[in-house]
Design a protein around this ligand. Structure first.
Ligand SMILES: C[S@@+](CC[C@H](N)C(=O)[O-])C[C@H]1O[C@@H](n2cnc3c(N)ncnc32)[C@H](O)[C@@H]1O
Length: 243
Protein backbone atom coordinates (compact mmCIF):
# COMPACT_ATOMS: atom_id res chain seq x y z
CA UNK A 1 0.00 0.00 0.00
CA UNK A 2 2.70 2.52 1.09
CA UNK A 3 4.98 1.29 -1.68
CA UNK A 4 2.19 1.89 -4.21
CA UNK A 5 1.63 5.41 -2.88
CA UNK A 6 5.35 6.20 -3.03
CA UNK A 7 5.48 4.83 -6.61
CA UNK A 8 2.55 7.00 -7.61
CA UNK A 9 4.02 10.18 -6.08
CA UNK A 10 7.42 9.35 -7.56
CA UNK A 11 5.85 8.75 -10.98
CA UNK A 12 4.17 12.13 -10.77
CA UNK A 13 7.33 13.94 -9.75
CA UNK A 14 9.59 12.22 -12.24
CA UNK A 15 7.14 12.90 -15.05
CA UNK A 16 7.12 16.54 -14.08
CA UNK A 17 3.51 16.78 -15.23
CA UNK A 18 0.50 18.30 -13.59
CA UNK A 19 -3.18 18.75 -14.04
CA UNK A 20 -6.18 16.96 -15.34
CA UNK A 21 -5.61 14.42 -18.12
CA UNK A 22 -9.05 15.20 -19.54
CA UNK A 23 -7.97 18.82 -20.03
CA UNK A 24 -4.81 17.61 -21.81
CA UNK A 25 -6.94 15.32 -23.97
CA UNK A 26 -9.28 18.16 -24.82
CA UNK A 27 -6.30 20.33 -25.83
CA UNK A 28 -5.07 17.51 -28.07
CA UNK A 29 -8.52 17.26 -29.63
CA UNK A 30 -8.48 20.97 -30.44
CA UNK A 31 -5.10 20.54 -32.14
CA UNK A 32 -6.43 17.48 -34.06
CA UNK A 33 -9.51 19.39 -35.21
CA UNK A 34 -7.43 22.41 -36.25
CA UNK A 35 -10.03 24.60 -38.00
CA UNK A 36 -12.85 22.05 -38.07
CA UNK A 37 -15.92 23.10 -36.09
CA UNK A 38 -17.99 20.08 -35.01
CA UNK A 39 -21.65 21.03 -35.35
CA UNK A 40 -23.09 17.99 -33.60
CA UNK A 41 -21.21 16.59 -30.61
CA UNK A 42 -21.97 13.53 -28.47
CA UNK A 43 -20.57 13.05 -24.96
CA UNK A 44 -21.07 9.63 -23.37
CA UNK A 45 -21.12 9.27 -19.56
CA UNK A 46 -20.55 12.95 -18.61
CA UNK A 47 -20.65 12.29 -14.83
CA UNK A 48 -19.28 15.61 -13.48
CA UNK A 49 -19.94 17.97 -16.41
CA UNK A 50 -16.31 19.10 -16.64
CA UNK A 51 -15.88 17.84 -20.19
CA UNK A 52 -19.35 19.11 -21.06
CA UNK A 53 -18.15 22.64 -20.26
CA UNK A 54 -15.00 22.06 -22.32
CA UNK A 55 -16.94 20.68 -25.29
CA UNK A 56 -19.21 23.73 -25.25
CA UNK A 57 -16.07 25.80 -25.91
CA UNK A 58 -16.16 24.28 -29.41
CA UNK A 59 -19.50 26.09 -29.90
CA UNK A 60 -21.45 23.12 -31.31
CA UNK A 61 -25.04 23.69 -32.40
CA UNK A 62 -26.02 20.63 -30.42
CA UNK A 63 -24.19 18.80 -27.61
CA UNK A 64 -25.97 15.54 -26.82
CA UNK A 65 -25.18 13.91 -23.49
CA UNK A 66 -26.01 10.23 -23.05
CA UNK A 67 -25.85 8.61 -19.63
CA UNK A 68 -27.35 5.45 -18.19
CA UNK A 69 -30.92 5.55 -16.90
CA UNK A 70 -30.83 6.34 -13.17
CA UNK A 71 -28.07 8.98 -13.43
CA UNK A 72 -30.48 11.92 -13.93
CA UNK A 73 -30.46 12.98 -10.28
CA UNK A 74 -26.68 13.09 -9.88
CA UNK A 75 -26.24 14.88 -13.22
CA UNK A 76 -28.98 17.41 -12.59
CA UNK A 77 -27.05 19.97 -10.40
CA UNK A 78 -24.23 20.62 -12.88
CA UNK A 79 -26.61 20.43 -15.84
CA UNK A 80 -28.69 23.21 -14.28
CA UNK A 81 -25.55 25.24 -13.59
CA UNK A 82 -24.46 24.94 -17.24
CA UNK A 83 -27.96 25.82 -18.51
CA UNK A 84 -26.95 25.81 -22.17
CA UNK A 85 -29.68 25.67 -24.87
CA UNK A 86 -27.23 23.65 -27.00
CA UNK A 87 -27.29 20.75 -24.52
CA UNK A 88 -29.66 17.82 -24.98
CA UNK A 89 -29.70 15.11 -22.28
CA UNK A 90 -30.63 11.53 -23.15
CA UNK A 91 -31.05 8.80 -20.52
CA UNK A 92 -30.08 5.63 -22.33
CA UNK A 93 -27.59 2.83 -22.60
CA UNK A 94 -25.34 3.71 -25.52
CA UNK A 95 -24.96 0.03 -26.36
CA UNK A 96 -28.48 -1.26 -26.45
CA UNK A 97 -30.94 1.63 -26.77
CA UNK A 98 -33.00 2.10 -29.95
CA UNK A 99 -33.23 5.80 -29.11
CA UNK A 100 -29.44 6.11 -29.40
CA UNK A 101 -29.50 4.26 -32.71
CA UNK A 102 -32.02 6.79 -34.06
CA UNK A 103 -29.89 9.87 -33.21
CA UNK A 104 -28.60 11.82 -36.23
CA UNK A 105 -24.90 11.19 -36.90
CA UNK A 106 -22.34 13.21 -34.97
CA UNK A 107 -19.28 15.19 -36.08
CA UNK A 108 -17.52 14.40 -32.81
CA UNK A 109 -17.96 11.67 -30.18
CA UNK A 110 -16.25 12.16 -26.80
CA UNK A 111 -16.12 8.95 -24.74
CA UNK A 112 -13.84 8.96 -21.71
CA UNK A 113 -13.92 6.50 -18.83
CA UNK A 114 -16.76 4.41 -20.28
CA UNK A 115 -15.31 1.59 -22.44
CA UNK A 116 -14.07 -0.56 -19.53
CA UNK A 117 -17.50 -0.44 -17.88
CA UNK A 118 -18.84 -2.49 -20.76
CA UNK A 119 -17.92 -6.11 -21.38
CA UNK A 120 -18.81 -6.00 -25.11
CA UNK A 121 -15.97 -3.68 -25.99
CA UNK A 122 -15.45 -4.46 -29.66
CA UNK A 123 -19.18 -4.00 -30.16
CA UNK A 124 -18.98 -0.67 -28.34
CA UNK A 125 -16.17 0.61 -30.57
CA UNK A 126 -18.26 -0.40 -33.58
CA UNK A 127 -21.23 1.46 -32.07
CA UNK A 128 -19.10 4.61 -31.70
CA UNK A 129 -18.11 4.29 -35.38
CA UNK A 130 -21.76 4.04 -36.41
CA UNK A 131 -22.71 7.10 -34.33
CA UNK A 132 -20.25 9.26 -36.30
CA UNK A 133 -20.86 10.74 -39.73
CA UNK A 134 -18.23 9.76 -42.33
CA UNK A 135 -15.27 12.04 -41.61
CA UNK A 136 -16.30 12.45 -37.95
CA UNK A 137 -13.82 12.33 -35.06
CA UNK A 138 -13.75 10.03 -32.02
CA UNK A 139 -12.01 10.63 -28.70
CA UNK A 140 -11.81 7.35 -26.79
CA UNK A 141 -10.22 7.06 -23.36
CA UNK A 142 -10.21 4.09 -21.00
CA UNK A 143 -8.64 2.45 -17.99
CA UNK A 144 -6.36 -0.40 -19.06
CA UNK A 145 -5.09 -3.66 -17.60
CA UNK A 146 -3.16 -3.24 -14.36
CA UNK A 147 -1.28 -6.52 -14.77
CA UNK A 148 2.37 -5.67 -15.60
CA UNK A 149 2.71 -8.85 -17.69
CA UNK A 150 -0.31 -7.93 -19.84
CA UNK A 151 0.33 -4.22 -20.34
CA UNK A 152 2.44 -4.66 -23.47
CA UNK A 153 0.19 -7.38 -24.95
CA UNK A 154 -2.71 -7.11 -27.38
CA UNK A 155 -5.31 -8.49 -24.93
CA UNK A 156 -8.10 -7.97 -22.40
CA UNK A 157 -7.71 -8.83 -18.73
CA UNK A 158 -10.93 -10.43 -17.49
CA UNK A 159 -11.50 -9.94 -13.77
CA UNK A 160 -13.73 -12.88 -13.04
CA UNK A 161 -14.90 -14.24 -10.69
CA UNK A 162 -15.08 -10.93 -8.79
CA UNK A 163 -12.15 -10.64 -6.39
CA UNK A 164 -12.55 -7.82 -3.86
CA UNK A 165 -8.85 -7.77 -2.93
CA UNK A 166 -7.66 -7.63 -6.55
CA UNK A 167 -10.07 -4.81 -7.37
CA UNK A 168 -8.85 -2.89 -4.34
CA UNK A 169 -5.29 -3.37 -5.51
CA UNK A 170 -6.26 -2.27 -9.02
CA UNK A 171 -8.33 0.71 -7.76
CA UNK A 172 -11.33 -0.32 -9.83
CA UNK A 173 -14.93 -0.73 -8.71
CA UNK A 174 -16.47 -4.17 -8.32
CA UNK A 175 -18.65 -3.87 -11.44
CA UNK A 176 -15.61 -3.63 -13.74
CA UNK A 177 -14.73 -6.97 -15.27
CA UNK A 178 -12.88 -6.28 -18.51
CA UNK A 179 -9.70 -4.19 -18.63
CA UNK A 180 -8.23 -3.97 -22.15
CA UNK A 181 -4.62 -3.20 -22.94
CA UNK A 182 -3.80 -0.01 -24.86
CA UNK A 183 -2.93 -2.20 -27.87
CA UNK A 184 -6.31 -3.94 -27.75
CA UNK A 185 -8.10 -0.59 -27.91
CA UNK A 186 -6.00 0.43 -30.90
CA UNK A 187 -6.69 -2.93 -32.57
CA UNK A 188 -10.47 -2.55 -32.15
CA UNK A 189 -10.34 0.98 -33.57
CA UNK A 190 -8.52 -0.28 -36.64
CA UNK A 191 -10.60 -3.44 -36.96
CA UNK A 192 -13.87 -1.52 -37.20
CA UNK A 193 -12.38 0.87 -39.76
CA UNK A 194 -11.15 4.01 -37.97
CA UNK A 195 -8.23 5.78 -39.64
CA UNK A 196 -5.68 8.34 -38.49
CA UNK A 197 -5.64 6.63 -35.07
CA UNK A 198 -3.43 8.78 -32.84
CA UNK A 199 -2.38 7.75 -29.35
CA UNK A 200 -2.80 10.50 -26.80
CA UNK A 201 -0.11 11.72 -24.42
CA UNK A 202 -2.71 13.08 -22.00
CA UNK A 203 -1.97 10.64 -19.17
CA UNK A 204 1.80 10.86 -19.59
CA UNK A 205 1.46 14.64 -19.29
CA UNK A 206 0.22 14.06 -15.74
CA UNK A 207 2.25 11.07 -14.53
CA UNK A 208 3.98 7.86 -15.60
CA UNK A 209 1.68 5.89 -13.31
CA UNK A 210 -1.41 7.24 -15.03
CA UNK A 211 0.10 6.47 -18.44
CA UNK A 212 0.57 2.84 -17.31
CA UNK A 213 -3.04 2.52 -16.13
CA UNK A 214 -4.98 4.31 -18.85
CA UNK A 215 -4.93 4.95 -22.60
CA UNK A 216 -6.59 7.32 -25.03
CA UNK A 217 -6.82 7.73 -28.80
CA UNK A 218 -8.16 10.27 -31.23
CA UNK A 219 -9.34 8.72 -34.49
CA UNK A 220 -11.43 9.46 -37.55
CA UNK A 221 -14.20 7.60 -39.36
CA UNK A 222 -13.06 7.65 -42.99
CA UNK A 223 -15.17 9.34 -45.66
CA UNK A 224 -15.51 6.00 -47.43
CA UNK A 225 -15.24 2.68 -45.64
CA UNK A 226 -12.07 0.76 -46.47
CA UNK A 227 -12.37 -2.52 -48.33
CA UNK A 228 -11.24 -5.81 -46.84
CA UNK A 229 -11.65 -5.01 -43.17
CA UNK A 230 -11.33 -7.77 -40.59
CA UNK A 231 -14.22 -10.28 -41.02
CA UNK A 232 -15.72 -8.33 -43.92
CA UNK A 233 -13.21 -9.43 -46.53
CA UNK A 234 -15.20 -12.52 -47.47
CA UNK A 235 -18.53 -10.68 -47.46
CA UNK A 236 -19.44 -12.47 -44.24
CA UNK A 237 -19.75 -10.90 -40.82
CA UNK A 238 -19.59 -7.20 -40.15
CA UNK A 239 -17.23 -6.61 -37.28
CA UNK A 240 -19.04 -5.97 -34.00
CA UNK A 241 -22.42 -6.41 -35.67
CA UNK A 242 -22.68 -10.14 -36.21
CA UNK A 243 -25.93 -11.54 -34.85
C1 LIG B 1 -16.32 6.45 -14.72
S1 LIG B 1 -17.60 7.47 -15.33
C2 LIG B 1 -16.66 8.48 -16.45
C3 LIG B 1 -17.04 9.91 -16.34
C4 LIG B 1 -16.24 10.90 -17.21
N1 LIG B 1 -16.58 10.76 -18.62
C5 LIG B 1 -14.77 10.72 -17.02
O1 LIG B 1 -14.05 10.48 -17.97
O2 LIG B 1 -14.33 10.82 -15.87
C6 LIG B 1 -18.50 6.41 -16.41
C7 LIG B 1 -19.76 7.08 -16.95
O3 LIG B 1 -20.21 6.33 -18.08
C8 LIG B 1 -21.58 6.03 -17.94
N2 LIG B 1 -21.81 4.79 -18.70
C9 LIG B 1 -21.23 3.58 -18.51
N3 LIG B 1 -21.69 2.69 -19.41
C10 LIG B 1 -22.58 3.38 -20.19
C11 LIG B 1 -23.41 3.00 -21.26
N4 LIG B 1 -23.42 1.73 -21.73
N5 LIG B 1 -24.23 3.93 -21.82
C12 LIG B 1 -24.23 5.20 -21.35
N6 LIG B 1 -23.46 5.62 -20.32
C13 LIG B 1 -22.65 4.71 -19.74
C14 LIG B 1 -21.77 5.94 -16.43
O4 LIG B 1 -23.12 6.11 -16.08
C15 LIG B 1 -20.91 7.09 -15.96
O5 LIG B 1 -21.58 8.31 -16.07
Amino acid sequence: MIRRLVRRVHGRLSAGGTGDYRQHLFDELKAYLANEVPRRVLEIGPKDGKDTVRLLELRPERLTLVDLPGREESNDPWLRAIASPAVEYVSANIMYSDRVQRLDPFDLVWCTGVLYHNPEQLRMVRRLYDLLRPGGVLVLESATTRNPRLRGQNCVEILFPPDVELKKKYHVSLNINHLPSALAIRSWLQMVGFTDVQPSGCHRAVSKALARDRAAYVARRPLTAAEGLYYTADGGFVIGKAL
